[in-house]
Structure formats: structure tokens, C-alpha cells
Design a protein around this ligand. Structure first.
Ligand code: ARG
Length: 463
């Protein structure tokens, strides 16, 4: 490209206004696609040579030039400039300055199919990183579950103590969520794995381009079947951001659990000092700032998804410049999620569980009121009657200001003649959870089997 004329060619007499340049440039942010863009250009040039549109020498000069440019960018020595709107034009200009063959690189290509290709390559790369980072958090959760496998805590509904559960069972709930997140990302990757290049600006090309060859070179498993869809489709980007928004929501809920557990009110855990912060005023404080930030960053992840959906909803086919606004939310979400996942994977191993506090909280006999109902049902009492009778016992204990377990045999005898004899043995929470028998419950043998199942699954499918 001749620097004396505007980069979009001979049709223009006037130079672009400085305001336009600053307003419309994307190079300040899309430069981070350089690896994907250069990979795409090398594949395109390879195919152009095979199709007879470049000589071998021209192809070699282009490939060599692009590799040099890549190195320069990596060393921070590349002269990015908003005189050339985006990374694609910056790289093409630098290539053309190195070799006249650079003027042939854009043969049969438009920035519309080029940018869609770079973005899809980038999403595929990011998803691979995200899934590895998810796995690291899952491993940390599983290690923790194993470390404190005998600890009981109250499970909560409505943030009110409900029934005792194994701490490990609670942690494995998050392993499940993260596993669905990872599956969703893998699924989104499948739909990103389609090559747009060769669609031209929107209508394809009269040149003998071999799209399947380019797909093969770039490891895309399919070529886009409709050129108009190919240049304007950002579904893959929406799916990526949706998967990250939901993943961020899960991380936020986990952060919230840890924040609660680390308060003096709960006192179940202490967070590692290296991941907590002090107060500028109150000397005694140790704050869970990073967890609060993980919770806060979930808002950005949802916001980015909404930005993209809003961006797309009114666009006529095919490419519109609005689409340039797809990148910053995507980059932001990609960085945000990796940051949150990395912090959690590093923080979890340093968490210390306060067994005494967990013990005390989970030993409240009221948490076994449901087990008492089950006992009655097992002894022939209709569920509703049992529920009602136990409710009245709870009220009675409350009115006397004693624990449910402290009621006298004569208080409980009306519920069932066998109950007074067994009454004293009903209140051990460890024995109580061992009696859970449904699949997916907090029975220790089930939880142990789940831990082993996850380990087996992950060693069978390392990422
Ligand atoms: N910078 C543009 C983007 O990010 C590249 C495609 C521009 N195409 C165009 N016809 N102006 O979307």
C-alpha cells in the first residue's frame, strides 16, 4: 500500500479526516489478534500459490515477511499506526514495504472474511486455555474435598441452616457446575470451528480459491456454507460470551460462599493471608477483596454478553462496521475469566477449615428434624402426619428453650411407641448422613466414589 494514498484505494481524493481516523480505528485493540491473522494470511498465501495465483517465490517472500512481522510484533518493535485502520491493514502495509508480492496477498480476500477468520481462530485458542484453567480450579476443589473429606457443615436453603452435609459434597457441587461450563465451551468451540475465508466481502469470488485447502491448513473442521452468513455471523462470539457469563456467575456464587464462610459469623474457614487485604483504617481487618472482585467481575461478563447481543440485533446482512465493536467485549471477557480462574486455583489450596466451628454448626439437632420425619415414615406414619408432629415437637423445644434432642421420652412417646427407646441415638450428624441412600446424596461413601470418578474422568481426558 502506498502511504501517500488513503489505504482503501484510488477512489478517494481527500485524505481521511484525523477525527475519522481516531474514531474508527481498531488497531489499538485488534492488534492482539496478530498471531491468528498471520496464521490466516500464511494459509491464504499457501493456497494462492497452489491455485496458480502466486509464484513460489512470491509465496515465500510473503511467508518470510509475515514471519518477520510476527517477530517484530512479539518484540514490541512493530510500528502500529492508526493511519491504517486495523491490524489487517497494518500488517499488509508492512508486508508490502518488505516485498512487492505483499500487494498480492489480499487476492480474493476481504477484511470481512479475514476478520471473521482471525476471530474464530482466536476464540478456539481462548477456549482451549479457558478449559484448562477450569480444570485447574476443579482439581483444587477436588483436592480440598479430599483433604477435609470428613468435615460436616450445615447445608443451607434460604441461607438458613437446613440439613448437615459433607463439606466435600458442597465443593463437588461446584465441580459439577464447572464441568457443565467446560462442556458448553467445548460445544461453542465446535461452532467456531468453521472457516469463513474464501467468502470475500460477502458473495464469494470468481478466482479459483480452494477453501477446503485453507480449512485444512488452519485446522478448521468445516468451511462456511453460505458466504453471506460467513462474514456477518457472530453467533460463535455470542456463545463464547454466554458460556463465560455463566461460568463467571458460578465463580461468583462460589466466591460468595467463601466470603460467608470466612466471616466471624460463620467462621468455617480462613482464607490464605496472601490472598486477603488489610484495611487502610481498621487495623484488625482482613478482607476477602479478591473474592468480592470475582463476584464483581461476573457483572462485566454478563454485560459483555449483553453488549454483543444488542450490537447484533438490528444489523442487516451482511458485514456492517458495527461488528468492529464485537472485539473489546470479547477480549475483556477472555481476560476477566482467566484472571478469576487463576486466582481461585491459587487461593483454594491455602484455605484452612475450622473443624470445631463446622462441627458445632452442623451438630444443631434441629438440622435432623427431617431425619426424624423419615424415621417416623419408616415406622409406618404417614408423611404429612409425621411432618406435622415433628413440627410441634420443634415448637415445644423452642418454647422450653431446649434443643430438640433434649426433649424427654414422655414428650416424644405420642409420636410412636418405639421412639423413646431410640431417641438418644438419632442426633449424631455423622451417623445421620451415613444413612442417606439416594444417588447424588451426601452419603460419605457416595461422595468418596464421586471424588474417585472425577479423578478417573480427568486422567482419561487430560486437557
Ligand atoms: N476493523 C474491521 C473490524 O474489526 C475489519 C473489517 C473491516 N471491513 C470493512 N469493510 N470496513 O470489523
Amino acid at each position: 500500500m502506498n502511504p501517500a494514498i488513503p489505504p482503501w484505494g484510488g477512489r478517494f481524493h481527500d485524505k481521511p479526516d484525523a477525527l475519522l481516523k481516531r474514531f474508527s480505528e481498531s488497531v489499538s485493540f485488534d492488534r492482539r489478534l496478530y498471531r491468528q491473522d498471520i496464521r490466516g494470511s500464511i494459509a491464504h498465501a499457501t493456497m494462492l500459490q497452489e491455485a496458480g495465483l502466486l509464484s513460489i517465490q512470491e509465496r515465500d517472500e510473503i511467508v518470510r515477511g509475515l514471519r518477520q512481522i510476527e517477530q517484530e510484533i512479539e518484540q514490541g518493535a512493530f510500528p502500529w499506526s492508526i493511519d491504517w485502520e486495523d491490524l489487517h491493514m497494518n500488517i499488509e502495509r508492512a508486508l508490502t514495504a518488505r516485498t512487492p508480492a505483499g500487494a498480492k496477498l489480499h487476492t480474493g480476500r476481504s477484511r470481512n472474511d479475514q476478520v471473521a477468520t482471525s476471530l474464530r481462530l482466536w476464540v478456539k485458542d481462548e477456549i482451549d486455555k479457558d478449559r484448562k484453567a477450569i480444570r485447574a480450579v476443579q482439581q483444587a476443589l477436588l483436592d480440598w474435598a479430599e483433604r477435609d473429606s470428613d468435615v460436616l457443615i450445615p447445608g443451607y436453603t434460604h441461607l438458613q441452616r437446613a440439613q448437615p452435609v459433607l463439606l466435600a459434597h458442597h465443593l463437588l457441587a461446584y465441580v459439577e457446575m464447572l464441568s457443565r461450563d467446560s462442556d458448553r465451551l467445548r460445544d461453542a468451540r465446535r461452532r467456531a470451528d468453521v472457516l469463513p475465508l474464501g467468502s470475500g466481502a460477502l458473495a464469494g469470488s470468481t478466482l479459483p480459491l480452494d477453501r477446503r485447502r485453507v480449512a485444512e491448513l488452519l485446522h478448521f473442521s468445516q468451511v462456511a456454507r453460505n458466504s453471506m452468513d460467513a462474514v456477518s455471523d457472530r453467533d460463535f462470539a455470542v456463545e463464547y460470551l454466554a458460556a463465560l457469563a455463566l461460568l463467571g456467575t458460578h465463580l461468583s456464587r462460589f466466591a460468595e460462599d467463601l466470603i460467608l464462610w470466612s466471616t466471624s459469623e460463620f467462621g468455617f474457614v480462613s482464607l490464605p493471608e496472601a490472598f486477603t487485604t488489610g484495611s487502610s483504617l481498621m487495623p484488625q481487618k482482613r478482607n476477602p477483596d479478591v473474592l468480592e472482585l470475582i463476584r464483581g467481575k461476573a457483572a462485566r461478563l454478563s454485560g459483555n454478553l449483553l453488549s454483543l447481543l444488542t450490537l447484533l440485533k438490528g444489523l442487516p446482512l451482511t458485514y456492517n462496521r458495527d461488528l468492529q465493536e464485537d472485539k473489546e467485549p470479547m477480549f475483556d471477557s477472555a481476560d476477566t475469566i482467566l484472571g478469576s480462574l487463576q486466582i481461585l486455583a491459587a487461593l483454594i489450596p491455602g484455605i484452612v477449615v475450622h473443624r470445631d466451628r463446622c462441627n458445632r454448626a452442623s451438630s444443631d439437632p434441629a438440622l435432623l428434624a427431617t431425619d426424624l420425619v423419615d424415621w417416623l415414615v419408616n415406622h409406618g406414619v404417614a408423611f404429612r402426619d409425621a411432618h406435622h408432629a415433628v413440627g410441634r415437637l420443634v415448637a415445644l423445644a423452642e418454647s422450653r428453650n431446649v434443643a430438640l434432642s433434649e426433649l424427654a421420652p414422655e414428650d416424644v412417646a405420642p409420636l410412636h411407641p418405639d421412639l423413646p427407646a431410640e431417641w438418644a441415638q438419632l442426633w449424631n450428624p455423622t451417623a445421620a448422613i451415613a444413612k442417606r441412600r439416594t444417588e447424588g446424596s451426601s452419603r460419605p461413601s457416595f461422595v468418596r466414589a464421586e471424588i474417585e470418578r472425577w479423578r478417573r474422568e480427568w486422567s482419561a481426558e487430560p486437557l
